[in-house]
Each structure stands twice: as C-alpha cells, then as structure tokens.
Design a protein. Structure first.
Length: 145
C-alpha cells in the first residue's frame, strides 16, 4: 500500500494526523469485530450439520484488537471430526452388549472403519477471506483519505 500526503503547511499536517490518530483506534476495533464475525459465520456455515451441535459449538471471543474462533463444550468430539479417526474397535462396557435391529445377537465390541478428516475450520477461514479482504480495503481507504 502506498500513502501520498499533500501538505500545504505544517499546521494542516499536524491537524490531519491528529484527527486520524483520534479515530484510528475505533476504526481498527470496528474492523477487527467485523473480521471476527465473518470468520465465525463462515466456520459455522462449513460445520457438518448431522445434529447441529458442531455448528452451535463454534464460539468467538472478541477483544478490542484481536479475538479467536474456537470450539466450545457443546461438541467434545469435534477433534475427531476435524482430524478424522483410524479404524478402531469400540467396546461396549455395560451388560447386554451392542445390539441393533437385524443383528443376530448382542456384540461386546464392533470394528469401526474410521472416519475421514473434515477440515471445516480451514474451509470456513478460506471462504471468509474475500469478506475479510474487503474490510481491510475499507480500512486502508479510510486511512489514506
């Protein structure tokens, strides 16, 4: 980014910088909130919706000049969705075993085939990038105006 400043006198320059200096913190804070909201919305949009718990568990923490998008407590299995799982055995711990309609008899364990990773956080961040770039451009345009 290039900034051209035309000055016709020292007093005008000082006043222009003072005015921007007073407003810059608020503008940055506003831009930060809008960017964080965009990331939050897009990560939620990309979350798998089998039950809706993953989407509802995507949280945001907004601080004045930063913030984060993270998974709350509503879906503790999110790491298995994000990273996937290898094939594994599921053991049933209570009496009676695992049983489903059509099964010949209850089973005390089953072989799970594993799951493919679902990188919905990354897809959400990538999908939000256009909106984020617009927010940054708006700030840059205000800064040089």
């Amino acid at each position: 980014m290039e900034i051209d400043i035309k000055v016709s006198g020292d007093k005008e320059l000082a006043e222009a910088f003072a005015a921007k200096g007073i407003a810059i913190y608020g503008k940055l804070s506003h831009m930060n909130a809008r960017i964080l909201n965009a990331f939050h919305r897009w990560v939620q949009n990309e979350a798998p919706r089998k039950t809706g718990r993953l989407k509802a568990s995507v949280q945001k923490l907004n601080v004045r000049m930063g913030g984060s998008i993270f998974m709350g407590k509503g879906a503790p299995y999110f790491i298995y969705v994000l990273d996937g799982t290898r094939p594994h055995i599921i053991n049933f711990k209570k009496a009676g075993g695992l049983f489903w309609k059509g099964a010949a008899n209850p089973y005390n364990h089953v072989h799970h085939p594993g799951t493919k990773a679902n990188e919905y956080f990354d897809r959400g961040y990538q999908a939000a990038q256009g909106e984020v770039n617009k927010e940054i451009t708006l700030f840059e345009n205000w800064l040089v105006s």
